[in-house]
Design a protein around this ligand. Structure first.
Ligand code: FAD
Length: 286
């Protein structure tokens, strides 16, 4: 099943998971997937390290397990540290496993790993994937602007190139203020970008996550969010529940405003994914 076919039918509800680190067993993620499968997401995407360490096999194994569970898998494919031959080999592997969906990315630039220079931007790998076969291609977008872009206008013009190169739909970076997503949606519509966009929602359920997320992606923190995090920072259970409630509140508002889809960054936490899915299943399906 190609993900792009889903958007005409419903508000898409998807999950993101990451494969285990090399030091831990693959069984850990299989156990997580076993729990996530009962929540029947429309697809589950699997992240892929941009580190150039060639973990395509692992991502493919996780994606194949998702497929075995009857759920559509999506494999993330960052390109900056990979050669054309390496990307081509991963795409062949993806195809041979009957996987049809990829999220094409540039990947974060790691100053310690020199880029391979075959692909510079996500739009380059998107053009390459289009030549390689009939894949459904997702791209990333940034409601609060990509941190390297000099302005939102520049970033949106590059996003337009990415869509013109062949991105069928977009998945957004996480955000905590829905207004930034709604404003972004209007701006990109004015720019003539009209593919479906899923809103990326990250439930913040522990204190370490907050600082890490903000440093990594520069998401702005609304006053309401900061107050909640400060109030419960010393009470792990209360913070977890408040983080879940905050994410549910964001999703209800987004769905009411006609969002094309919700992409839940599960952080491989089935408990949190279940609580959120159960709270929003009625409204997503309505
Ligand atoms: P691009 O679309 O190439 O954009 C990167 C920057 O280059 C932007 O500032 C853009 O404005 C600029 N740009 C684009 N085209 C041009 C051009 N022609 N000329 C000049 N400037 C240009 N990373 C991973 O390593 N693995 C993952 O699994 C992963 N999953 C992700 C999932 C989602 C939903 C999101 C939102 C991000 C994910 N990332 C992942 C992170 C992503 O790789 C980084 O955010 C990266 O910095 C940018 O990737 P991109 O594909 O958006 O890049």
């Amino acid at each position: 099943m190609k993900v792009r076919e889903l958007f005409d039918k419903k508000t898409v509800f998807s999950f993101e998971v990451f494969p285990p680190k090399k030091t831990s067993s693959i069984e850990v993620i299989y156990k997580t997937l076993e729990e996530l499968k009962d929540l029947s997401p429309d697809f589950i995407s699997v992240t892929y390290s941009a580190g150039g360490s060639g973990n395509g096999q692992l991502a493919c194994d996780v994606a194949s397990k998702i497929k075995e569970y009857g759920i559509t898998p999506v494999i993330h494919l960052p390109c900056i540290n990979y050669s054309r031959e390496e990307v081509s080999a991963v795409l062949d592997e993806i195809k041979s496993r009957g996987i049809e969906n990829v999220l094409a990315l540039r990947g974060d630039i790691n100053p310690e790993i020199p880029p391979k220079n075959d692909f510079r931007y996500a739009s380059d790998i998107i053009r390459f994937i289009k030549e390689k076969g009939d894949f459904d291609i997702a791209g990333a977008c940034y409601p609060e602007c990509h941190p390297e872009a000099s302005s939102m206008v520049e970033d949106i013009l590059h996003l337009k190139e990415k869509v013109e190169a062949g991105a069928d739909h977009l998945i957004s970076q996480l955000f905590f203020d829905n207004r930034s997503f709604f404003e972004f949606r209007e701006k990109i519509a004015i720019a003539g970008i009209n593919v479906p966009i899923e809103a990326g929602i990250m439930p913040v359920t522990n204190k370490n996550q907050i600082e890490r997320m903000v440093t990594m992606c520069g998401a702005s923190l609304p006053n309401k969010f900061t107050k909640i995090m400060q109030r419960y920072e010393h009470s792990p259970e209360a913070l977890r529940d408040a983080g879940i409630a905050y994410a549910v509140d964001q999703i209800v508002d987004l769905v009411a405003e006609g969002v094309d889809g919700i992409h839940l960054y599960t952080m491989n936490n089935p408990y949190v994914a279940r609580k959120i899915s159960e709270s929003v299943s009625g409204i997503i399906g309505a």
